[in-house]
Design a protein around this ligand. Structure first.
Ligand code: NAD
Length: 424
């Protein structure tokens, strides 16, 4: 289903329709023929598995898991595995295609994949989660591998989950295969710089955007929504780089200091009190107002559907850097464009994470590990090149940055498919 001109709010907030709308627009502008469009929108392989697990109380339960490989035209599939009660095959399919475009925008040799298990981790013990993870891995065993499909953490999974997957896979192969997943613990094939990579990548693309505007970090006022992995790291690194982080917005409120917040102290305050609210060196503020403060850069790094047709006209930043996946709806895109807001779209802005996952895979296969400085330098090079490619494409084709990012991605994947040719 394609998003019509004035969709209902329910349709506007449907991220899969939003992704489809953007795919469609890019495909049309690239003049992709119908056949290629069909290939690009058809997932390569989808697998559904039953996962029988003995629970701690002795009952036997059967969970359902999925793994989807949307495209392997440019290399092995790459994408996270989520554990959540509301996982659906449709969601996994959409997220897998998103990964194809993200990997293509940053030009790393991966296709897109995604996986999920329908379960509620809050109701499961650590041992139950381990058994689910190991049996799920055994069930998708023939489907994954360093050359085939390389999973990573996603919602409610973490480096421990990746260690269990790696161990299960390795037990079957009879030797240690670290490169089967990324996001592993350091010293178990993980990479330095991975936890900071997404926030750091956001900073690199923002620094590139600043050059276009002729601004310096010291005079740039930034508002960040989300003080978790992406937003917290972006805040910490950007404040070290001299940016003025004037507000941090969380689910339970926001804090504001017009001269810039001391991010390390704010982190300490949050660790001690469980909230950013009540920080002595800032004013408390409503989270709605903080998002629409007069600022230079807004970084939504919390969740999807934050900027919609209802509030996009209130954005007062000149640069919008999407740390989260899907924080802007497709309808809001045109309002931001009318207001000449420079958008750094999610598939580019938050691709630092998958880029360092790529480095982790490379290091595992080399058996030789890089120091953090090298990881960060190579990340910067990839983020800067990708930013340059997208902005140049936008200028050349007179489209906004998001459309350009999708066009670059589709073009790269379509090129690989054409050059390889259709087998049989
Ligand atoms: P996280 O859970 O570490 O952090 C999210 C933060 O946002 C939390 O502090 C949470 O309290 C806050 N939050 C939740 N709802 C909010 C609301 N309504 N208003 C303000 N704050 C709210 O998650 P994360 O890993 O930082 O991921 C954030 C986003 O970035 C997600 O969309 C994720 O898909 C995307 N992303 C993450 C990575 C990564 O490497 N972690 C990579 C690419 C994309």
């Amino acid at each position: 289903m394609i998003l019509e001109a004035n969709p209902s709010m329910e349709k506007e907030l449907n991220p899969w329709l939003a992704a489809e709308a953007r795919f469609d627009q890019a495909a049309r502008l690239l003049n992709l023929d119908d056949g290629m469009r069909k290939v690009l929108s058809s997932p390569s392989r989808e697998l559904r598995v039953s996962i029988p697990v003995t629970l701690d109380d002795g009952r036997l339960e059967v969970f359902t898991g999925y793994r989807v490989q949307h495209s392997i035209a440019r290399g092995p599939a790459k994408g996270g595995i989520r554990f959540a009660p509301d996982v659906t095959l449709d969601e996994v399919l959409a997220l897998a295609s998103w990964m194809t475009w993200k990997c293509a925008v940053v030009n790393i040799p991966f296709g897109g994949g995604k996986g999920g298990v329908i379960c509620d981790p809050r109701l499961l013990s650590e041992l139950e989660l381990e058994r689910i993870t190991r049996r799920y891995t055994a069930e998708i065993m023939d489907f994954i591998g360093p050359e085939i499909d390389v999973p990573a953490p996603d919602m409610n999974t973490n480096e421990q989950t990746m260690a269990w997957i790696m161990d299960t896979y390795s037990m079957h192969k009879r030797h240690t295969v670290t490169a089967v997943v990324t996001g592993k613990p350091l010293n178990l094939g993980g990479s330095l710089g991975r936890p900071e990579a997404t926030g750091r990548g956001c900073m690199f693309v923002i620094l590139q955007a600043l050059k276009i505007f002729g601004w310096e970090p010291e005079n740039t006022r930034v508002v960040i929504q989300g003080f978790g992995n992406v937003g917290g790291m972006a805040a910490r690194l950007m404040s070290r780089r001299g940016f003025k982080i004037i507000s941090i917005v969380e689910w339970d409120g926001a804090v504001y200091n017009k001269n810039g917040l001391d991010i390390e102290k704010l982190m300490q305050h949050r660790n001690e009190t469980g909230s950013i609210a009540g920080f002595s060196e800032a004013e408390d503020m409503s989270k709605e107002d903080a998002l629409f403060l007069d600022c230079d850069v807004l970084v939504p790094a919390a969740k999807e559907n934050v900027i919609t047709s209802q509030n996009a006209h209130r954005v007062r930043a000149r640069i919008l850097c999407e740390g989260a996946n899907g924080p802007t709806t497709a309808v809001a895109d045109s309002i931001l464009a009318e207001n000449r807001i420079f958008v750094i779209p999610d598939i580019l802005a938050n691709a630092g994470g998958v880029t360092v996952s790529y480095f982790e895979w490379v290091q595992d296969r080399e058996g030789f590990f890089w120091n953090e400085e090298l990881v960060n330098r190579r990340l910067e090079e990839i983020m800067n090149n990708s930013f340059r490619d997208v902005v140049a494409y936008a200028g050349k084709h007179q489209v906004d940055n998001r459309t350009a990012a999708y066009m670059v991605a589709l073009d790269r994947v379509a090129f690989a498919i054409k050059r390889r040719g259709i087998y049989a």
